[in-house]
Write a protein that binds this ligand. Structure first.
Ligand SMILES: Nc1nc2c(ncn2[C@@H]2O[C@H](COP(=O)(O)OP(=O)(O)O[C@H]3O[C@H](CO)[C@@H](O)[C@H](O)[C@@H]3O)[C@@H](O)[C@H]2O)c(=O)[nH]1
Length: 248
């Protein structure tokens, strides 16, 4: 069987400290795997040296690409940019802090092998091999937010917000051009559209660690996410989403 070409996309906002070690780990790991790959960093108008740092690493790693946005647009917009620029038959996005070890990609690929158009990492599904390390208030927030999301937008998914998701090229091309939410609520919109378009989603347990230095502001971003979820409902109700593509 032909080995797939894989795109690994990292949205980054002011990540000059946390991103370099993760990038090295990602490239080192993928280089040892049996497929070819590209790594795309989408710099979301950072005010620190994120873009310069990526450019310096590009001199050593030909697999590395930079998509630089002129101003800060939000994680959702950055992921959409990377997914549309990507060339891979399989496209993964992951957080810059390396909260989910890159090795966990094997679990996403296994789910894809089992028929998933979209494989999503989950911190909520318990499994013998998975460790989820996080502070209590983040866990409580996560549980409350996920409960609300399940009721409002995507029933049956345990963890919509884990920043470790895989799409086949055809799912990415069907969903991302139709994505409208630029903030952290974008994960919910992706899954909502995926359901609506008939793509098969498989949720898999992954290791995850709260490595600190989060850019998420608890109160501000929670309210913003809630308003984004309500916007998804409203856009759908008023027929705002384009006609679904036909699932191949
Ligand atoms: N492009 C872009 N990316 C951003 C922004 N703010 C944060 N990010 C990126 O989003 C990722 C996650 O941000 P963290 O700072 O690591 O926050 P976290 O607390 O670990 O995030 C958790 O909650 C988020 C919101 O639900 C999730 O999106 C994320 O996957 C994770 O579960 C990182 O790659 C970070 O660079 C922004 O304004 N723009």
């Amino acid at each position: 069987m032909e080995t797939p070409f894989l795109s690994f996309i990292i949205p980054a906002y002011n990540e000059e400290q946390r991103l370099p070690p993760y990038l090295e780990r990602v490239i080192g790991f993928l280089a040892g795997e049996p497929y070819s790959f590209e790594v795309i960093v989408v710099d979301d108008g950072s005010s620190d040296g994120t873009a310069a740092m990526v450019k310096a690493l590009m001199a050593r790693h030909s697999c590395l690409r930079l998509e630089a946005l002129p101003r800060n647009r939000g994680k959702g917009f950055a992921v959409k940019t990377g997914m549309i620029a990507a060339k891979g038959q399989l496209r993964v996005f992951a957080d810059a802090d390396g909260a989910t070890p890159v090795e966990e990609i094997r679990r996403l690929l296994e789910a894809n092998g089992n028929g998933a158009d979209i494989a999503i990492g989950s911190r909520a599904m318990k499994s013998g091999h998975c460790v989820v390390k996080g502070r209590l208030h983040r866990k409580i927030m996560g549980t409350v937010f996920n409960g609300l999301i399940r009721a409002l937008a995507v029933r049956g998914i345990h963890d919509t917000q884990c920043g470790f998701k895989l799409f086949t090229a055809s799912a990415a091309e069907g969903i991302f051009p139709r994505q409208r939410i630029s903030g952290f609520g974008f994960d919910v919109e992706l899954l909502f559209l995926a359901r609506r378009f008939g793509y098969r989603i498989i949720e898999v347990p992954v290791n995850w660690a709260d490595v600190g230095g989060t850019k998420v502001r608890l109160v501000r971003d929670s309210f913003r996410m809630l308003s984004e979820v309500l916007r998804i409902r409203f856009t759908n109700l008023t027929g705002g989403y384009e006609t679904p593509p036909r699932r191949p």
